[in-house]
Design a protein around this ligand. Structure first.
Ligand code: SIN
Length: 324
C-alpha cells in the first residue's frame, strides 16, 4: 500500500479513557472521561503510521454496556468498514465487558477488514498508563493485511486475540487478558500473525438480517456452586426469561439436585445451555437430554451472546452453529 492506511477509531469509554485526580491513583477514577481525539493525542507517532478518523460514540464504563449499545456499536463499525478508503477499525472499550461486545461484533459483522478492540487496565492519568501503547498496537494490527479475514480481534498488552476466545482473566493486573484456547493469535509490535484461529468464520448472524424487533431477548446466566438451589432456574423462568445459561462445575456437570428443574425446563421448550465455570476447555455434549444446548468452547458470557442472537432469529440452530 503506497498511501498511509486509513483507520477509523470509535471510542466507547472505559478505563482507557479514564481520569483520576492523581497519577498514582489506579483505582479511584472515572472511566469514559476522555473522547476519541484526546486518546489519539496521547499516542506519539500514531499519525505517522496511519491516518486516523476518530469519533466518540459513547462515554460509558463498560459495566453499564447493554445489548442496545452492542447493536449501535456494530451498526456504526459496519458503516465505517463499508467505506472504501477505510482499511480497518479500532474500538476503544472498557475491559470489564469487552469480551461480550467484541464477540457480538465478531458474530454480526461480515467485513474482512480488521476490527480491533483495545482497552486499558490503568486510567489515562496514571503513571505508566497502558492505554497509549495498547492503542498504538491496535492501530498497527488494524492496518495490517495479515489480520484481514479473521473477524473481530482484541489487542491487549502487545498480544492479539480472537474475540471468540479472549477473556479478562485478572481483576487488576496490567496483563489481564488471555485466550481460553491457549496462546494468543500473534503480536502487535510488530504486527505478526503467529497462528490462525481453528475457526476463522465470523458474521454468523449478519447484522443486516438480524431481527431486532424484540431485541434483546432476556437471557440470564445462572452460576451453579456446590449445593446451589435449583429453585434459581424455576425463578428465572417465572420471571419471564427467554433463556438461560447454566455456568456449571467441571465439564458442564449437572448436580443431581438440579436434574428435575433442568428436565422440566427442556420439556417446556425453555432454551437452556450447558456451559462451564472452568475458564478454559470445551464442554462435551450430553446425549441424554436432547434439547439441552451445549456451549462447547464458549464461556458463559459468550454463550449468552450467542443464545441472544439465536433467539432473535427464533432458530436454535443458530446457537449450535456458533458454538460448534
Ligand atoms: C470499564 O470496563 O469500563 C472499566 C474498567 C476498565 O476499563 O478496565
Amino acid at each position: 500500500m503506497s498511501r498511509k492506511p486509513v483507520i477509523a477509531l470509535v471510542a466507547t469509554g472505559g478505563t482507557i479513557a479514564g481520569r483520576a485526580d492523581s497519577a498514582t491513583d489506579t483505582t479511584a477514577y472515572t472511566a469514559g472521561t476522555l473522547g476519541a481525539n484526546e486518546l489519539v493525542a496521547a499516542v506519539p507517532g500514531l499519525g505517522d503510521i496511519a491516518e486516523l478518523r476518530a469519533e466518540t460514540l459513547f462515554r460509558v464504563d463498560s459495566k453499564d454496556m447493554t445489548p442496545g449499545h452492542w447493536l449501535t456499536l456494530a451498526r456504526r463499525v459496519a458503516e465505517l468498514a463499508e467505506q472504501a478508503d477505510v482499511d480497518g477499525v479500532v474500538v476503544t472499550h472498557g475491559t470489564d465487558t469487552l469480551e461480550e461486545s467484541a464477540f457480538f461484533l465478531h458474530l454480526t459483522l461480515t467485513t474482512d477488514k480488521p476490527v480491533v478492540f483495545t482497552a486499558a487496565m490503568r486510567p489515562a492519568s496514571a503513571l505508566s498508563a497502558d492505554g497509549p501503547m495498547n492503542l498504538y498496537g491496535a492501530v498497527r494490527v488494524a492496518a495490517s493485511p495479515a489480520f484481514r479475514g479473521l473477524g473481530t480481534l482484541v489487542v491487549m498488552n502487545d498480544r492479539v486475540y480472537s474475540a471468540r476466545h479472549v477473556a479478562k482473566q485478572h481483576t487488576r493486573a496490567v496483563d489481564a487478558f488471555g485466550a481460553t484456547d491457549g496462546e494468543p493469535l500473534g503480536w502487535a509490535s510488530p504486527p505478526t500473525l503467529a497462528r490462525r484461529p481453528a475457526r476463522t468464520e465470523h458474521g454468523d448472524v449478519p447484522l443486516a438480517g438480524l431481527d431486532t424487533a424484540n431485541w434483546p431477548p432476556a437471557v440470564e446466566i445462572l452460576y451453579v456452586g456446590a449445593g446451589s438451589s435449583p429453585a434459581l432456574l424455576a425463578a428465572c423462568r417465572q420471571l419471564g426469561a427467554a433463556g438461560a445459561i447454566l455456568a456449571l462445575p467441571g465439564n458442564g456437570s449437572m448436580p443431581a439436585s438440579w436434574m428435575g428443574e433442568i428436565e422440566a425446563a427442556i420439556a417446556a421448550g425453555f432454551p437452556l445451555v450447558r456451559a462451564s465455570r472452568v475458564p478454559a476447555g470445551a464442554v462435551s455434549p450430553h446425549d441424554g437430554l436432547p434439547g439441552l444446548l451445549c456451549a462447547d468452547g464458549l464461556s458463559p458470557v459468550k454463550a449468552r451472546v450467542a443464545l441472544m442472537l439465536s433467539l432473535a432469529q427464533a432458530d436454535p440452530a443458530v446457537f449450535v452453529r456458533i458454538a460448534g
